[in-house]
Design a protein around this ligand. Structure first.
Ligand SMILES: C[S@@+](CC[C@H](N)C(=O)[O-])C[C@H]1O[C@@H](n2cnc3c(N)ncnc32)[C@H](O)[C@@H]1O
Length: 321
């Protein structure tokens, strides 16, 4: 089973991107060498999906939809359930509704009309998960979308979606961390969504984002924030809303000062939304013993997490470099 190798040449066959091809390929191939006991099951899933004729990728909001796949919905479902949990989506595959934990369309609607048009742009999607948003970017007419995501299951989920669809050649997902990407200052739109709070060193992340941006390009930064004045942050001890590795939650004014310190300009806060249990919910696609946001909030006060921190709230900033 080949995750990205078959389309690598075609994707990097681009006047600007080709200079980074070899380094991206060698690092991605190295990342594939990880040992994971689930890989035989995940390969089986993709092998099954490969035997069906491909369908047409499109948008049927809130779903990314693939229609006219040459198989029954029952068969597609059996194969895709080998890749649980499906956190990001939702997808509509023939008439199979894949209700992921997150209703990704809600986040997309918050930013879609406020960012610069993606048409004909080279786009970088950092921490892309299974590529739901990378595909939304491609469906907006982006020239190339490079998603990077170190978690191997999500790379398999992306491979499953692309195995089922004909028209995904301008989008690729590589199993890389931002720190592993060569410095490629060629992207006209750079997305970092849901990634900053997972970084031990938030300034390092912001500075690395900047190094990926072409002249006169746009950063779209979405991350968890807390209410409070400038310089206020919360550094959770242990878990935050049951999540591990959440290092630092800034107020929006603190985050703005970080962006200024990192050298960004024309900084605009375009959205602040507290995550609802409608947007992030238990569905049958996240496994057989599901738990989601509703289980991670204080049962007596939904504005607090079970650990006693403010409930998850996310901000979206856009800025120039
Ligand atoms: C909360 S998910 C967000 C997924 C998607 N971007 C979204 O907005 O829904 C964060 C993802 O970032 C990935 N990630 C964390 N640190 C990263 C890094 N340094 N470089 C690239 N991806 C990273 C994680 O593996 C995880 O899948």
């Amino acid at each position: 089973m080949k995750l990205f190798e078959d389309k690598f040449e075609l994707f990097f066959n681009d006047l600007t991107l080709h200079q980074f091809k070899e380094e991206c390929l060698s690092k991605s191939l190295k990342a594939l060498q990880v040992k994971n006991g689930n890989i035989p099951k995940w390969n089986e899933s993709i092998d099954e999906l490969e035997s069906y004729s491909k369908g047409e990728l499109g948008l049927n909001e809130p779903y990314i939809s693939i229609q006219d796949i040459g198989s029954s919905s029952e068969n597609i479902e059996l194969s895709l359930r080998k890749l649980l949990p499906w956190r990001k989506g939702p997808f509509l595959l023939n008439d199979l509704v894949l209700e992921s934990e997150w209703l990704g369309d809600l986040k997309w609607q918050r930013l879609n009309k406020k960012i610069r048009p993606l048409k004909n742009k080279r786009v970088l999607d950092i921490g892309a998960g299974n590529g739901y948003f990378s595909l939304r970017m491609a469906l907006e007419g982006a020239k190339k979308v490079l998603g990077i995501e170190p978690f191997m299951l999500f790379n398999y989920q992306f491979a499953a979606i692309e195995t089922l669809s004909k028209n995904t050649s301008n989008t690729i997902l590589l199993p890389l961390r931002l720190e592993e990407l060569p410095s490629m200052p060629v992207f006209e739109s750079v997305f970092s969504m849901g990634v900053l709070y997972h970084q031990r060193d938030h300034m390092k992340h912001l500075l690395m984002l900047k190094k990926m941006m072409a002249t006169d390009s746009e950063l779209i930064l979405e991350t968890l924030i807390v209410d409070g004045p400038r310089d206020f942050t919360i550094e959770p001890e242990g878990r935050y809303a049951n999540m591990r590795n959440v290092y630092c939650l800034p107020s929006t004014d603190t985050l703005k000062s970080w962006l200024i310190d990192a050298g960004f300009n024309d900084i605009k806060l375009i959205d602040v939304t507290q995550t609802s249990t409608h947007e992030q919910s238990k569905t049958s696609w996240i496994g057989y013993n599901p738990a989601s946001l509703e289980d991670f909030l204080d049962p007596s006060d939904s504005n607090l997490t079970v650990e006693g921190y403010p409930a998850p709230k996310r901000a979206i900033f856009i800025c120039g470099n």
